[in-house]
Design a protein around this ligand. Structure first.
Ligand SMILES: NC(=O)c1ccc[n+]([C@@H]2O[C@H](COP(=O)([O-])OP(=O)(O)OC[C@H]3O[C@@H](n4cnc5c(N)ncnc54)[C@H](OP(=O)(O)O)[C@@H]3O)[C@@H](O)[C@H]2O)c1
Length: 310
């Protein structure tokens, strides 16, 4: 009988990918909060991580070999406007999971590049000191600390600007948003003063599974080997989907009217995980090759209602 794995946030972009990657090897359970799903070979559970009793009951009943925590509030502006909610879900929610699991299984926490302030001139390594500049970043760092406190066998996998096709909730991400705008003929303003290492959800989910199977422990950056600006990402998206690059306009993060501060350098150095798994992470361009085939196969509608055919 296959061992159980629990994916929290199975209705999210990454969680659905982790669950579908795990289902051949594990008896895979995945949770949702608002978006029910129907992923073949994955058992669906409803869970609100802010409710300790619910979390505890599920983990006690399943006794998972590993819990992959992909659930959380990732909207920076929402988090900045509602600190209490951001901490309740991201920090306390993760604490509830970590405390319930303790030393009975492996805890994998999906963390973020936004725990750094972005002032470094090189990509961040795993042991660089965190210094978040947003409520979101603070709540994620608090979650990391809870994982370290309760789970001796943990993996913290830090990612940056996740993208891919969101199988369940159809929430847009940076790449699908840019592509959707270009396909509908609209120009897009993109920052040329913010760099990051975009993370392709499909590859990241496979890496997470391999990290569990290889019994890795500790903190790992799991993103890509391209450290590029939002604007340069846009250029590559336009090129891959045969759109006019003139539809992209340069803008500046420092002029954007956001409530939440974003690090200008959001790049992660991923050499540690590449060496540990003996597997290179994609460049952004390589990831787009796979992403483009997916788009063609899924006839994805970018989360918008399909237009009526006349
Ligand atoms: N997206 C990025 O660019 C990025 C970058 C770095 C790190 N991360 C981190 O990686 C993780 C996964 O990101 P993602 O983009 O895959 O997330 P996502 O698509 O926004 O999905 C979030 C997931 O969390 C669930 N959720 C929300 N509130 C919950 C609660 N109170 N209890 C239980 N589940 C709850 C959602 O359930 P429903 O949809 O059913 O409501 C959904 O399954 C997040 O924790 C995020 O902080 C994200």
């Amino acid at each position: 009988m296959a061992e159980p794995m629990l994916v929290i946030g199975g209705s999210g972009l990454l969680g659905a990918r982790v669950a579908t990657a795990a289902r051949d090897e594990y008896r895979t359970f995945a949770t949702y909060l608002e978006h029910r799903f129907d992923l073949q070979g994955v058992e669906e559970l409803c869970l609100d991580v802010t409710d300790y009793q619910q979390v505890h009951a599920i983990i006690r009943a399943l006794q998972p070999k590993a819990v992959v925590m992909c659930g959380g509030l990732g909207d920076l502006e929402q988090c900045e406007g509602d600190r209490e909610l951001a901490f309740a879900v991201n920090a306390e929610g993760t604490r509830n999971v970590a405390k319930s699991l303790g030393s009975t299984g492996k805890m994998v926490y999906i963390s973020s590049n936004y725990i750094f302030d972005g002032s470094s001139v090189t990509p961040y390594k795993e042991d660089d000191p965190p210094s978040p500049v947003s409520v979101y970043g603070e709540s994620i760092l608090a979650a990391e600390n809870a994982v370290r406190e309760f789970c001796p066998d943990f993996i913290i996998a830090r990612m940056a600007s996740l993208f891919g096709i969101d199988l369940v909730a159809r929430r847009p991400n940076f790449v699908t948003w840019v592509l959707g705008e270009l396909l509908e003929g609209r120009s897009v303003d993109l920052f040329d003063d913010q760099i990051l290492t975009p993370t392709y959800a499909n590859q990241a989910s496979e890496m997470v599974l391999e990290m569990v199977n290889n019994n890795l422990k500790g903190v790992f950056n799991v993103a890509s080997s391209s450290c590029i600006s939002r604007y340069d990402m846009g250029l590559q998206i336009a090129q891959f989907f045969n759109r006019d690059p003139a539809m992209l306009r340069r803008s500046r993060l420092e002029d954007a009217p956001f409530k939440a501060k974003r690090p200008k350098n959001g790049c992660l150095d991923c050499s540690k995980v590449e060496e540990a798994l003996q597997r290179p992470l994609f460049t952004f361009e390589e990831a787009l090759v796979f992403f483009r085939s997916e788009v063609h196969n899924y006839q994805f509608n970018w989360g918008r209602p399909q237009k009526e055919k006349s």
